[in-house]
Design a protein around this ligand. Structure first.
Ligand code: IPE
Ligand code: IPE
Ligand code: MG
Length: 242
């Protein structure tokens, strides 16, 4: 890869992994079969990120709204995530991947939180790639919890109000759950839906968006590399004139 091209590799790629249920239905199978197959796509995208030099890969795995799905599907998804974390952690660790889960973890079960903590601890000093799973996450929840943190800060320390009133966008970002993580350069959504579904509303303000018809279980290395290729041709102007 030339130096010019290397400059165009996104630092942070984020993916709304959608279409598992339809993928399974097309094959006459239960929806959960699509979720199983989707784990293979996660593995492929992690490998492709390491190969292409992407430093942050974040994946929307389960939204706050997804709690409204039938119990059987929610339980199957939680079990699958625990199983996948246990199965993949050693290899992620060996490959220098730092693993994180971000979201409303108070809604996750103790068992799920225990496994997440183990995996995050085990991989915390890795530096090749940061892999973030957004679980029980929604963009509005994130902004609201930031606002609540600010309110409680002022309540316990009223003198902090005047400096908070002059805070910048960057200052506010520090109260979001993604504190310390760069905003996504590229947000990909699979399965032909052209919406954000309450994902990274603040952080995605200037992300390049890429919507593809490919269903998540079919989104593998080739699709990931094509998305990066498409990103490398985008002209990011941030409202300015070039
Ligand atoms: C994405 O696939 C996985 C989650 C949202 C957890 P879906 O389960 O939404 O699959 P479709 O969109 O119904 O096909
Ligand atoms: C978005 O997919 C959430 C995740 C991929 C985790 P959904 O399938 O839940 O979104 P909608 O309902 O089509 O907007
Ligand atoms: Mg869906």
């Amino acid at each position: 890869m030339t130096t010019e091209n290397s400059k165009k590799v996104p630092l942070h790629v984020s993916i709304i992994m959608d279409g598992n249920g339809r993928w399974a239905k097309q094959r006459g199978k239960e929806r959960v079969f699509g979720h199983f197959e989707g784990v293979e796509s996660v593995r492929a995208c992690v490998e492709a990120s390491v190969e292409t030099g992407v430093r942050y890969l974040s994946l929307f795995a389960f939204s706050e709204e997804n709690w409204g799905r039938p119990d059987a599907e929610v339980n199957a998804l939680m079990e699958l995530m625990v199983k996948a974390m246990r199965a993949e952690m050693d290899s992620l660790n060996k490959n220098g991947v730092r693993f994180m889960v971000l979201g409303n973890r108070a809604h996750l079960s103790d068992q799920v939180n225990r496994v997440i903590d183990e995996c995050m601890e085990m991989t915390s000093s890795n530096e090749t790639l940061t892999l973030i799973l957004f679980m029980s996450y929604s963009g509005k929840w994130d902004i609201l919890q930031a606002a609540k943190k600010l309110v409680s800060q002022v309540a316990s320390e009223p003198s902090s109000a005047s400096s908070l009133l002059s805070m910048s966008n960057d200052d506010f970002s520090r109260y979001l759950i993604t504190d310390g993580i760069p905003d996504p350069d590229l947000i990909i959504r699979t399965s032909g839906e052209s919406r954000l579904s309450n994902y990274l509303l603040w952080q995605g303000a200037y992300s390049e968006l890429l919507f593809t018809d490919v269903l998540w279980p079919d989104f593998r290395k080739g699709e990931f590399r094509s998305a990066l290729e498409s990103y490398s041709k985008r002209d990011r102007r941030y409202g300015k004139v070039k």
